[in-house]
Design a protein around this ligand. Structure first.
Ligand code: UFG
Length: 315
C-alpha cells in the first residue's frame, strides 16, 4: 500500500484529501499543527501527527516509510499576510524547505504541492495560463511562488497545483467535511451565513465586469482532490509541472448570490460595499493543461458546490 504524508491534512482541503485517499486505499499520515485545522476532521483511518513545518525533527520522523507527499500545510490568509509578511515567509517558505530536506534524507522524491492563483497577482491574461506572468501582489502569493521555485530547484518529481476558488464540501463515510475557517473570509460560506442584521458585503459594484462585481473561477473541492490523485500518478522523474485548477469559467459575486438564493429558496441579505484592497476584477483559469497532463475534467458545477456547502453547514 502506498503511504503518503499529507501536510495540512486537518484543514478544509487537506481533510477532504485525506478521506478520499483513504477511500482509495492509500495509507495516510497527516501532519498538521492544528492552528487552523481540526483534529476531528481527520479521517479515522489516517494517523494524525500534530507538528509544525518548522520542526525538522518531527517532519523527519513523520516521513518514515512514506513514498510521496501531498503538501497543503501553510498559512493562507491574504489579508493577514500583508500584516505579517515575515511570518508568511517563515512558515510557508522555510517550513517547506524543512519538508524538502526531510524528504531528501528519506530519499522521497515525489511531491504534489498546493500552490495558488495568488502567484499570478493582477492578471494580464483572461483566462490565466501557466505561462502567464507570475507577479504576486501580496506576501501570501509571494510565498507560494517562492516555494514553486524552490521545488523546481530540488529537481524532484513534482506537480504544483494552482488553485483558483475552492468551494463545496465532501460527504465522507463519517459525515460532511465543511469549510470551517476562523476567521471566514471566503464568499460562499459568508453568503450562506448572511442575515438581515449581518448582511453580506459585496466588495465593489463598479468593476469592469458584466454586472460590476468581481468574477472568480470556482472549483469543487472533490474535483480538486481528484486532480491531486491524478497528479500523484502523473509525476515524472526530475520534472516539476505547474498546473492551474479551476473550472475554466467565471461567476460574478452577484451570480453566486443569485444561485445561492435559488438553492436556499430565500433572499440573501447583501449590501453594496467598497472594493476590497488587492482584489483583481477577474480571475479565471485556463484548465487546458490540467486536461492534457492529468486527464482531469471538473464535473461539479456552481449549483453543486453551493448545495453541498449548504448540506455540510447544516450537519
Ligand atoms: N467577496 C465579497 N464579499 C465578501 C467576501 C468576498 O464580495 O464578504 C468577493 C471578493 O471580493 C471576491 C470574491 O468574492 O471578488 C471571492 O472572494 P474570496 O475571498 O472568497 O476569494 P479570493 O478570490 O479573494 O481568494 C482566492 C483564494 C485565495 C487566493 C486568491 C487568489 O481564496 O487563497 O483567490 O487571488 F489567494
Amino acid at each position: 500500500m502506498t503511504r503518503i504524508l499529507v501536510t495540512g491534512g486537518a484543514g478544509y482541503v487537506g481533510s477532504t484529501a485525506t478521506a478520499i485517499l483513504a477511500d482509495r486505499g492509500y495509507e495516510v499520515i497527516v501532519f498538521d499543527d492544528l492552528s487552523m485545522g481540526h483534529a476531528d476532521a481527520v479521517d479515522a483511518r489516517a494517523t494524525l501527527i500534530q507538528g509544525t513545518l518548522l520542526d525538522a525533527d518531527a517532519l523527519r520522523s513523520a516521513l518514515a516509510g512514506c513514498q510521496a507527499v501531498i503538501h497543503f500545510a501553510g498559512k493562507s490568509l491574504v489579508g493577514e499576510s500583508v500584516e505579517k509578511p515575515k511570518l508568511y515567509h517563515h512558515v510557508n517558505v522555510d517550513g517547506t524547505h524543512n519538508l524538502l530536506d526531510a524528504m531528501a534524507i528519506h530519499g522521497i522524491d515525489k511531491i504534489v504541492f498546493s500552490s495558488s492563483a495568488a502567484t499570478y497577482g493582477q492578471p494580464v491574461d483572461d483566462p490565466i495560463t501557466e505561462e502567464s506572468v507570475a507577479s504576486p501582489t501580496n506576501p501570501y502569493g509571494a510565498s507560494k511562488l517562492a516555494i514553486d521555485k524552490m521545488i523546481t530547484a530540488t529537481g524532484i518529481s513534482a506537480i504544483s497545483l494552482r488553485y483558483f476558488n475552492v468551494a463545496g464540501a465532501f460527504e465522507s463515510s463519517n459525515g460532511w467535511l465543511p469549510e470551517r475557517h476562523n476567521p471566514e473570509t471566503h464568499l460562499i460560506p459568508l453568503v450562506l451565513r448572511a442575515t438581515e442584521t449581518n448582511p453580506l458585503k459585496i466588495f465593489g459594484t463598479d468593476w469592469d465586469t458584466k454586472d460590476g462585481t468581481c468574477i472568480r473561477d470556482y472549483v469543487h473541492v472533490v474535483d480538486l482532490i481528484e486532480a491531486h490523485i491524478l497528479a500523484l500518478g502523473a509525476l515524472k522523474p526530475h520534472t516539476h509541472e505547474i498546473v492551474n485548477l479551476g473550472s475554466g469559467g467565471g461567476y460574478s459575486v452577484r451570480e453566486v448570490i443569485t444561485t445561492a438564493e435559488e438553492i436556499l429558496g430565500r433572499p440573501v441579505p447583501a449590501i453594496e460595499s467598497p472594493r476590497r484592497a488587492g482584489d483583481p476584477a477577474t480571475l479565471v483559469a485556463s484548465i487546458v493543461k490540467a486536461k492534457s497532463l492529468l486527464g482531469w475534467v471538473p464535473t461539479r458545477d456552481l449549483k453543486t458546490m453551493i448545495s453541498d456547502a449548504v448540506k455540510s453547514q447544516a450537519q
